[in-house]
Write a protein that binds this ligand. Structure first.
Ligand code: M6R
Length: 612
């Protein structure tokens, strides 16, 4: 979850490192720090955000052409100056940054304490840098070899970068279970947790695999090996990342920009994969596996958070269209449940970041039982797509706001394409309906564009409900996952307690919560169980609940009952989540802004959850 960045070359490292930290700040923002070699190995770190670090160093003349930097999401030890990364080795000759968790740090620390090492911080990371130095001294080996030996003693996940005062042209990096990208410049190298800090300097990158160590020196060739000492040939890839995607582009927050990008990001997620005129749905990434998918007796979708909500929409789509039974599992539960799996099972793993630790672990489990794993990910080159048998990228572009928005609609779009393709292959859908749905899907970007026009109206609503203490979100059928997603968005960025519920389940408990103080958001679009939802609205009204209804344009019945009505464009029931989610994203956004919450970096959260 932490962000790490490193540089070695001929340029001044500090501006590269600090800009890199800003780019990576969405990964964690409890503390930030930099280590730079300028004759001496100097370190600057502080609790708080990257801006706090910049304030802290202001006026200092930071020089040096090699350095490492870190933005932290605390795991071991509270967020404070001492626990902030980088960490020195005991002699202060080495500095190390780390993303992940060293699970056996306590026993390693104990051994080192017995040999008279004194620790300054409460972190697991400090143990690792002490261990590396200890190995160098004890075994008389160079730094790169000591790192390799140390990593063989470590249990857990890591992405690390180490520098040494005694070798001021060399960066050593390694990964296991946490992402790491190396950017290759003219005579310099960039290292980061993801490609966002690298994109403006080079398009040539190497994504490290688990248990790989890379050693880079200014002007020299990369040395890549495994922690078992097997030398490997680096596989250099072209980085395709648009720099404007990394900027706010005139919006106040990344989240708002990303909400507004959805007409384009949805289009990008089906571009080249859907041709309504020709009646074509083609997903190149899974073509070798689509026969197996179509024949599957069941599909299991694994994901976390918002991606799990997209998976729920996927369940409805696959069952409705392709008549394939689907189970949707929280990756974190699935992996510890001893699930019944076999070689016939198809697992669809959904993840924006492609790095979520629980999803990765669930994939490993399913793989070990022989299941076929299909990925739906957004971040190109991330760990999940490199672990799965096949997969499809969502192509939503970088999502920086911690609250996921455009990734959700892109995931739903890709799931829709998959379900349609399966239905076509299995013949479970009439030709005319298939064609109608393809045309309808092609029209979704313009309908999302239209749905965004309620922004001003939503702002008004947000003003009314800024200080609500609780919210209930209700929906049925395809709108149930939308209700869950609306509630998650609100709680994560505005810190208002919100629950999503299937509308009909309300009478089995949550109805007891309803009174004048309880805003109830009901997604009551005009298809599916519309009449039943109208009855549910009446039940809320009878108890004085305040109804905010998301309805189809032109609705009359709900308008008469609801206190506030937001219209979304008419579409097929299957595609309603793609349009009905938009006003809910906007509502959470505006409420959070009015409550003066940090929208893009909500407290306690990080964008990719790389710890279990
Ligand atoms: O990167 P992933 O899609 O695997 O992330 C899963 C969740 O951590 C993520 O969706 C999280 O719930 C978001 N903060 C929701 O907005």
């Amino acid at each position: 979850m932490c962000g790490i960045v490193g540089y070695v070359g001929s340029k001044q490292a500090y501006p590269i490192l600090i800009n890199g930290l800003y780019r990576l700040e969405y990964r964690g923002y409890d503390s930030a720090g930099i280590a730079i070699i300028d004759g001496d190995l100097k370190m600057y770190k502080t609790k708080g955000k990257v801006a706090d670090l910049e304030n802290f160093v202001s006026g200092k003349d930071i020089k040096g052409t090699i350095g490492i930097a870190h933005t932290r999401w605390a795991t071991h030890g509270e967020p404070n100056d001492v626990n902030a990364h980088p960490h020195y080795s005991e002699s202060k000759q080495l500095a190390l940054i780390h993303n992940g968790i060293i699970e056996n740090y306590a026993s390693l620390k104990e051994e080192l304490i017995q040999r008279n090492y004194t620790f300054k911080s409460e972190t697991d990371t400090e143990v690792l840098v002490y261990l590396i130095e200890d190995i160098m001294e004890k075994e008389g080996v160079p730094l790169e070899e000591a790192v390799r030996i140390a990593l063989n003693q470590v249990i857990g996940a890591y992405a690390i970068v180490v520098i040494s005062k005694n070798d001021p042209d060399m960066l050593i990096a390694a990964r296991k279970g946490s992402p790491m990208v190396v950017g290759i410049g003219d005579d310099d190298f960039y290292i980061a947790s993801d490609a966002t800090p690298i994109a403006e300097y080079t398009k040539e990158v190497i994504y490290l695999d688990d248990e790989e160590i890379v050693c880079v020196r200014k002007g020299e060739k990369i040395i890549l090996k495994t922690i078992k000492n097997k030398v490997k040939t680096p596989y250099i890839q072209k980085l395709e990342m648009n720099l404007t995607a990394l900027e706010k582009g005139g919006f106040e927050h990344f989240m708002l920009k990303e909400i507004y990008e959805q007409p384009t990001s949805i289009l990008d997620s089906f571009r080249g994969r859907l041709d309504a005129k020709k009646g074509l749905v083609k997903l190149g990434g899974i073509s070798d596996y689509e026969q197996k998918m179509a024949k599957a007796k069941r599909i299991i979708i694994i994901a976390c958070g918002t991606s799990w909500h997209a998976g729920l929409v996927g369940e409805y789509l696959f069952e409705d269209l392709a008549r394939i039974p689907v189970e949707v599992e929280y990756a974190s539960e699935f992996r510890y449940r001893n699930p019944v799996l076999n070689e016939d099972d198809i697992i669809i793993a959904i993840s924006q970041s492609g790095e979520t630790a629980d999803t990765l672990a669930a994939i490993q489990l399913a793989k070990s039982k022989g299941a076929t794993i299909i990925g739906i990910c957004n971040v190109v080159g991330s760990s999940i797509p490199r672990t799965t048998h096949a997969g499809t990228y969502t192509h939503a572009g970088p999502e920086i706001g911690v609250a996921s928005t455009k990734a959700f609609t892109a995931q739903v779009t890709v799931l829709t394409l998959m379900a349609l393709r399966m239905a076509q292959m299995k013949g479970t859908i009439e030709k005319s309906k298939f064609h109608h749905l393809l045309y309808e899907l092609e029209s979704i970007p313009s309908k999302v564009e239209e749905a965004l026009k309620v922004d001003e109206q939503i702002k008004e609503l947000a003003r009314i409900f800024t200080f609500a203490r609780n919210f209930l979100y209700l929906g049925r059928g395809y709108n149930f996952p939308v209700a869950l997603e609306g509630a998650l968005k609100l709680k994560e960025i505005s810190y208002i307690h919100a629950e999503g519920y299937p509308a009909a389940e309300m009478k089995h408990g949550p109805i007891a919560l309803i009174d004048r103080e309880m805003p109830v958001v009901v997604i009551a679009t005009n298809k599916g169980t519309y009449d039943k939802v109208v009855s549910n609205i009446q039940e809320v009204k009878a108890r004085n609940g305040r109804i905010i209804a998301i309805v189809t344009k032109g609705d009359t019945a709900v308008k008469e009952l609801a206190d506030y009505v937001i219209e979304v464009p008419e579409t097929d029931e299957l595609f309603v989540p793609l349009v009905a989610t938009i006003p809910l994203q906007l509502l959470s956004y505006h409420i959070a802004v009015m409550r003066e919450c940090n929208v893009d970096q909500p407290r306690n959260l990080a964008k990719s959850v790389t710890v279990e």
